[in-house]
Design a protein. Structure first.
Length: 433
């Protein structure tokens, strides 16, 4: 396990020291250390242009939008917050060295940003002025010695200065383990999503020169204990001490593990193929996104390449030719709505790039009825619109039967090629043999 430390330098081979701007993806870590005060100062300097900064990937950070190869500061910080939420969802432990609440309006695109904006809060709690309050002091008492982060505090307890305290009622949402001598909570652990958020008072002299291997050791041990991992690796010499039967048991375990992983991989592949095939039945009865996904999978079976994202209008291609697809269902005959949607998409494409594009409308009218006993699946005006505008019109049942022929290898490559040509070039309803 590696620890990501943000603006709080830790001297340990398992600790990666970065800032909130230069760090890699926060979701890749089970343990994260965040110095709130130093991070807020770093953000303010980046917003003012006093620092030249690059992301972990080498992109220049600019206090503006994503333009000319630069990464916008506000967008980057939003991404960091999403990554922090993702890390906590994954069960990470985030250790926060607190500072007094602060605010800046210098980050363009935001409506003001406070120093605790990055942190997700427990359910029914927000990091506002009623929960987090600026406070200054140096006298701290341990209230719960069972908390593993007490050992972190003990590495710098003679050089500590708390700058923020928690409201007593809010602190009860978590577990207080440090308080001021007057009883104000200054060290609290909160469950957030599937992880833990641990607030600690800050060392008094923390900064760019702060390097404490004792503190780093204690943080690694505390995080490891919290997530249930061993904090340290066994020394190399331990390997020469064998327990009777250990070698053969290890060999059996490794062999069964390989079999299990192979079976799991094969099962997942088989499940994916099964679900893909079963989803074709949605061509007969599915509605909305269910039907749309089935149409896309069917067109892939026919040899088309899917070019669109799952939530975007369908768009496929074959050998460089583009085909815009509209999928529509109804409890009755399908009306003219897909005609207008497809026409608008084609007109927009022509206006933007002056390039021709063909269209295909796949309909599933009377979708709850047996497909062999349905009335006409689309209104006559839709067929007339396809003929006059120049796009193909196909039913989900036709597409379903065509896919069955392909999967059962009952269609020749020449016939399949002709079918793709028909879908590109037919003006009106496509006739299938």
């Amino acid at each position: 396990m590696r620890i990501l430390s943000l603006s709080h330098r830790l001297q340990h081979p398992k600790c990666d020291n970065y800032s909130i701007i230069t760090a890699p993806n926060l979701m890749d870590y089970q343990g994260i250390v965040l110095d709130i005060g130093a991070t807020f100062e770093h953000i303010a300097q980046a917003a003012s242009g006093d620092l030249y900064l690059e992301t972990f990937g080498g992109d220049t950070v600019d206090n503006g939008g994503d333009i000319d190869g630069n990464v916008g500061l506000y967008g980057l910080l939003e991404r960091r917050r999403e990554e922090l939420i993702g890390a906590l969802n994954n069960g990470a432990v985030v250790v926060v060295f607190g500072a007094g609440p602060n605010q800046t309006f210098a980050v363009k695109g935001s409506n003001g940003m406070d120093s605790y904006w990055l942190l997700p809060a427990p359910q029914d709690l927000t990091w506002n002025g009623e929960v987090l309050r600026a406070s200054d002091g140096e006298s701290i008492l341990v209230t719960d010695y069972s908390n593993p982060f007490v050992r972190v505090f003990e590495t710098y307890e003679k050089d500590v200065a708390y700058r923020v305290r928690f409201d007593l009622k809010a602190a009860r949402t978590g577990k207080m383990f440090l308080s001021s001598t007057g009883g104000a909570p200054v060290g609290v652990q909160f469950p957030v999503l599937n992880g833990q958020l641990v607030f600690l008072p800050s060392p008094k002299n923390v900064g760019a020169q702060w390097l404490s291997n004792r503190e780093a050791d204690a943080i690694i041990e505390a995080i490891s204990e919290t997530i249930g991992e061993a904090a340290t690796e066994e020394p190399s010499w331990v390997k020469k001490f064998l327990v009777p039967g250990e070698s053969s048991l290890q060999e059996d375990f490794d062999r069964l593990k390989d079999i299990s992983e192979s079976a799991t991989s094969q099962m997942e592949e088989a499940k994916s193929i099964l679900e893909s095939r079963q989803s074709l039945k949605a061509l007969l009865w599915g509605a909305d996104m269910h039907f749309k996904k089935a149409v896309e999978e069917a067109l892939v079976i026919l040899g088309f390449e899917l070019k669109s994202d799952p939530n975007a209008p369908s768009h496929v291609s074959f050998e460089g030719r583009e085909l815009f697809v509209e999928s529509i269902t109804s409890q009755e005959s399908v009306s003219m709505s897909p005609h207008y949607a497809l026409r608008d998409r084609i007109d927009d494409k022509i206006q933007r790039v002056a390039a021709p594009v063909r269209g295909l409308v796949v309909v599933n009218g009377w979708r709850t009825a047996d497909p062999e006993r349905r009335d006409k699946p689309f209104v006559s005006a839709l067929e007339a619109g396809a003929e006059s505008t120049g796009y193909s019109l196909l039913t989900g049942y036709q597409l379903y039967k065509l896919c069955l022929r392909v999967l059962e290898e009952e269609i020749s490559s020449e016939e399949l090629e002709q079918t793709r040509t028909d879908l590109f070039e037919t003006d009106g309803a496509v006739e299938m043999t």
